[in-house]
Design a protein around this ligand. Sequence first.
Ligand code: ADE
Length: 226
Amino acid sequence: MRVDVVSIFPAYLDALQLSLAGKAQSSGLLTIRTHDLRDFTHDKHRSVDDTPYGGGAGMVMKAEPWGEALDSLASEQAVVVVPTPSGTPFTQRTAERLSGESHLLFACGRYEGIDQRVIDEASDRWRVEEISLGDFVLNGGEVAALAMIEAIVRLVPGFMGNPASLVEESHGDDGLLEYPVYTKPSSWRGRDVPPVLLSGNHAAIAAWRREQALERTRRRRPDLLG
Ligand code: ADE
């Protein structure tokens, strides 16, 4: 999978060179490239924003540099992802779907957003998805892109050292939050690991975990139970 990220702060994405994502790049499974939007400007001040038509607070990102960046970076198979608080919600299903793509291009806006004509024109040429990380506002799309890329690339086959760790986790197939987990020592500061986990009774352990997952979901995310 190839991932390109365009931003005026490409250093935000440096963290993608660390840990598993860094390893997946060394192994050739994944290629992540970051690009500075200002490299697609031609004026002395390398300007990427201007005042909004119709008035209002803040600045809007100019169409010209974005148009050039997409022209130069988007392949025919690319899905252009625009992180924005006004997008459709990002979920584990979104991550699963995008993990099957061969080329993702993240266009990270700042300020009040990108001139809508960039999105409209790109939609005529590529698949474009405006996606929100959640119901809160960040200063720009970079942190959202970082989170989305991590959620997506860990689902690419071959990415996880132990693919079994993808099987039972929150927001998986059963729609429940994950059950609590414990490791050694079995007693710590007067708190004991639930005895069933030490019993060796696999059926009882599975039943306990399911009950814990249900209870946790009921308490924290009743909306998931429908
Ligand atoms: N940019 C700013 N806020 C955002 C959010 N909540 N999700 C995605 N992109 C954003």
